[in-house]
Design a protein around this ligand. Structure first.
Ligand code: NAI
Ligand code: MG
Length: 326
């Protein structure tokens, strides 16, 4: 059986690292049928296309999407982020952004479950009198009981399968409206999971604990904005941005989920063959896990944790990993 995967290499180092991910998956023996989509900043520069609705409709029949990185610094800010990445998350209801971190050296083995369709990224707000001395900009945070609860449930399920510990991260002492909804929902769902121990951290305190005592975490659940920032810190304490993988999941499986490295298109090193493909390869392993190819996924993760595969060069790292998984 082969899985039908949409490939969006994107810009900069995106296509370079995705090529290595596909190389490694192929070495495991898992069969993919790939359909390539030319999207991102370069495509926009050529003909103004960002993400047509017809393309989203085509994606609905796929098993998964595998994305490198999209965006180039010369584009207006938000054009690709809102027009492609966020549009994809909303249209395909990719409501969980899952980012695992493992790094033995720092005693790190935790996963962040970030709400991926609401919060301050929902696009609520607007501008008035733009460009004048009296201009106003508002950017609200949208938190629905349904959206918060399904994300929290996913996190409890995950914690129950791992070491049985879940931490809610928020800022309930200042963001009292949204914080109250999150905290109450968290506590109510917790009653259904007596086997999962729970904790709460304010987001600023969590930044300290990430650096000073990350071993206390098993699973973390948080909102869209806090999760975005906290997972960059997570990457920085666990081997760097070249290692950080992520999954944008539709756990209800009403459509494809999307798998991508945390990093961007890294224009500063694009085309030099020096980007680390490990984050993309690990994102590929998360994709295989989600597709039920658990054995191959496990093997890739095991090999990626071996410091010996961290040789010099994008293709050389890909080769070293591919050789060991086959
Ligand atoms: P970036 O992640 O592309 O780069 C930040 C720094 O990390 C750079 O110094 C880069 O060389 C380094 N880096 C990133 N990935 C690496 C890898 N695999 N191996 C070695 N070094 C690596 O973030 P930046 O510079 O803020 O954004 C560049 C472009 O990427 C922007 O246009 C941005 O909008 C876009 N972007 C796209 C994302 C996505 O597609 N999901 C996520 C983040 C940024
Ligand atoms: Mg980010």
């Amino acid at each position: 059986m082969s899985h039908r995967i949409g490939i969006i290499g994107g810009d900069g180092i995106g296509p370079e690292v995705i090529a290595e991910g596909l190389k490694v998956i192929s070495a495991t023996g898992v069969k993919l049928e790939t359909i390539t989509y030319d999207l991102g900043g370069a495509r926009y520069g050529r003909d103004g296309t960002v993400l047509p609705d017809e393309v989203i409709e085509e994606w609905r029949d796929l098993d998964a999407l595998y994305l490198g990185a999209v965006g180039t610094p010369e584009l207006p800010p938000g054009l690709i982020e809102r027009g492609l990445l966020l549009k994809m998350r909303f249209a395909l209801d990719l409501y969980v952004n899952l980012r695992p971190f493992t790094y033995e050296e720092n005693n790190i083995d935790f996963s962040v479950v970030r709400e991926n369709t609401e919060g301050s990224y929902a696009g609520e707000g607007g501008v008035l009198r733009q460009g004048t001395a009296n201009e106003i900009a508002t950017q609200g945070s949208v938190n629905t009981r349904m959206g918060v609860e399904r994300c929290i449930r996913f996190a409890f399920d995950l914690a129950a399968r791992r070491r049985g510990h879940l931490t809610l991260v928020h800022k309930t002492n200042v963001l009292t409206f949204a914080g109250d909804l999150w905290e109450r929902t968290f506590n109510e769902v917790a009653d259904e999971y007596p086997e999962v121990e729970t904790a709460y951290n304010h987001v600023d305190a969590a930044c300290i604990y990430f650096v000073q005592s990350p071993e206390q975490y098993d699973v973390i659940v948080t909102d869209n904005l806090f999760g975005d920032i906290l997972t960059d810190l997570g990457g920085a304490i666990s081997g760097g941005i070249g290692m950080a993988a992520s999954a944008n999941l539709n756990p209800s499986r009403t459509g494809p989920s999307m798998f991508e490295p945390v990093h961007g298109s890294a224009p500063d090193i694009a085309g030099q063959g020096v980007a680390n493909p490990t984050a993309a390869i690990l994102s590929g392993a998360m994709m295989l896990d989600f597709l039920g190819e658990n054995h191959a996924a496990h093997r890739i993760k095991e090999v990626c944790a071996d410091p010996e595969v961290q040789v010099q060069g994008t293709a050389a790292i890909g080769d070293a990993i591919a050789e060991r998984v086959s």
